[in-house]
Ligand binder design. Structure first.
Ligand SMILES: *Cc1c(COP(=O)(O)O)cnc(C)c1O
Length: 384
């Protein structure tokens, strides 16, 4: 079953201001699309930050049913949530063993830490010495040992104290821009390191890296944002299905006269008589203040704010987004918008990335910042 905003309008929202519909069928279709692009490499699902805000407890079993066997999280606690949802999964923890307590949790739950530094390596040897991944920094200067350190480790990691490596990985800084010269440099750096770890699986590509294909795929790819329906590459159409639909209810429809203002700061000055829908969402729900229709000084790129979708039409945000409330100009839908109706904030009609761009950010931040006030509805079977 696909989420259908037509159906959604007729279903009650309950007592929440808004509803977040998560289409697990679309999630698994996207996973399979990415797995087909990654083949012959295996495709892991990156489910950090509670599956990009959409919920590990539901996303992970759906992905497991779709054939996913390997998962990446950022922190040990997230790994425990994945372990509960998929008892037999292989689970990598990107932020590493961190400290003795965290390393103990990792060991106890059979998680695999990603070792990012010599401190991590020493800690892991001391606490466990079990399977681990090695992260090599190939030019991003985020986490990971340097190319030279990786080669030194390859030479030194032998004998009784050797850590069995499940994976050697690196991360691309600019994969969203396929023409960026750093992609090829990072690939070459990674290939030169990988040669020192014969027989160990390697991983380099995130969602955008998967879309670049070819040598970037290696043995294992790490699918994140594209699986959740977001745009991974800066150019071209987004081939993924939308997974999350956010809607919020209209609390009041009001007539505001030309010459009047709307919202905090009187930032929106009306040039015409305007029908305004006051909607139950705001920045506390992760609907960014910077997506305001006016008076958002931090947003330089887009002149206009975000748009919602209701009664078959796109409706712009008018004035500033506040904590719990956002005003939309529904003048064009006069007669077909009433109290209790739902405005789509993003989903099938308003792409997630369009709202993100209007707010000066990226789909990742919009998803992971969704508030806890939405009523959550999961649709679509794991095998859809
Ligand atoms: C978050 C993350 C990913 C997933 O990236 P997407 O762009 O969402 O596909 C992959 N690898 C690492 C190391 C990450 O931190």
């Amino acid at each position: 079953m696909q989420s259908d905003p037509g159906d959604a309008q007729s279903a009650p929202v309950g007592i929440a201001g808004g509803r977040l519909t998560i289409d697990l069928g679309a999630l698994t279709v996207n996973y399979r699309t990415l797995a087909a692009l990654s083949a012959p490499a295996e495709t892991a699902a990156v489910v950090k930050a509670d599956a990009y805000g959409l919920g590990i407890a539901r996303a992970v079993p759906a992905l497991w049913s779709a054939g996913c066997r390997t998962f990446f999280v950022a922190y040990p606690a997230e790994g425990l949530a994945v372990r509960a949802a998929a008892p037999e999964a292989r689970i990598f923890v990107l932020s590493g063993p961190m400290n003795e307590q965290a390393a103990g949790i990792i060991t106890g739950a059979g998680l695999i830490p990603v070792l990012n530094s010599f401190e991590d390596i020493a800690l892991w040897r001391r606490v466990s010495g079990g399977h681990a991944a090695l992260h090599v920094d190939t030019g991003m200067n985020r986490l990971g040992v340097s190319e030279a350190e990786a080669k030194a480790f390859a030479a030194e990691n032998s004998g009784d104290a050797a850590i069995p490596l499940a994976l050697v990985m690196s991360h691309l800084a600019c994969a969203d821009d396929a023409n960026h010269p750093l992609n090829k440099q990072q690939l070459e750096s990674f290939q030169s390191v990988a040669a020192f770890f014969e027989g160990v699986d390697t991983s380099l590509a995130n969602s955008a890296g998967i879309q670049m294909g070819g040598d970037f795929r290696r043995d294992l790819t790490r699918a994140g944002i594209a699986m959740y329906g977001g745009r991974a590459a800066n150019r071209g159409d987004n081939p993924m299905r939308p997974v999350a639909t956010a809607e919020a209810r209209v609390l009041q429809v009001r007539h505001a006269a030309a010459g009047g203002v709307v919202g905090y700061g009187a930032a929106a000055k009306l040039e015409r008589d305007t029908l305004v829908a006051i909607v139950a969402t705001g920045y506390a729900d992760g609907y960014h203040r910077s997506a305001s229709g006016a008076g958002a000084p931090l947003r330089g790129v887009t002149a206009q704010g975000a748009c919602g979708f209701i009664a078959g039409k796109r409706v712009p945000v008018v004035g500033r987004v506040s904590m719990d409330l956002t005003a939309f100009d529904v003048t064009e839908c006069a007669g077909s918008v009433t109290h209790g109706d739902l405005v789509e904030l993003f989903g099938a009609n308003i792409p997630l990335d369009e709202v993100a761009e209007a707010a000066g950010t990226i789909g990742y931040e919009l998803l992971t910042g969704l508030g806890r006030r939405y009523e959550r509805v999961y649709v679509g079977g794991s095998g859809a």
